[in-house]
Design a protein around this ligand. Sequence first.
Ligand SMILES: [Zn+2]
Length: 163
Amino acid sequence: MSENVVHERAQQLISQERIEGLSASEHTWLAAHLQECDSCADFARKTSTALRSLQTIPIALPAGLAERTQFRVGMRAQQLRQHEPRRRVLWIAAGISWATGVASAPFVWRLFAWLGEHAGVPKLVWEMGFGLWWAVPALIAAVVLLSEHEKQSGERYWLQRSQ
Ligand SMILES: [Zn+2]
């Protein structure tokens, strides 16, 4: 590794430490580098000072450092989000629940109709029951997606606040 790459890696790890933590070997490597490299040690100190003051008073930061820190931290967060397939899984789950609903609707309709005929359930009641059964998976999917959205707005709020 050339000198520059070493410092780049050290600074990348310093940012990463704030977001997702480091593995034991990365931590050891970084600690060793910080011991022998003044400029990276300085960067680490400034990063933690910057992040601390970002959480309290968002002024009086060394020029440019706030943006740099924010940029690295933001990039890291974005990288992590891109790798997170949870949203896609949710959409797939919602899709499957709809497809299952469509596929089984005739059978469930017949089941509800049978209940109406043989168990003496009034027509309006079993028809409503069918309607509800039909809506439940969609409702659950909607609630999950909405709460996911809530959480993301929360994150965005936090990011905006710390700017
Ligand atoms: Zn260095």
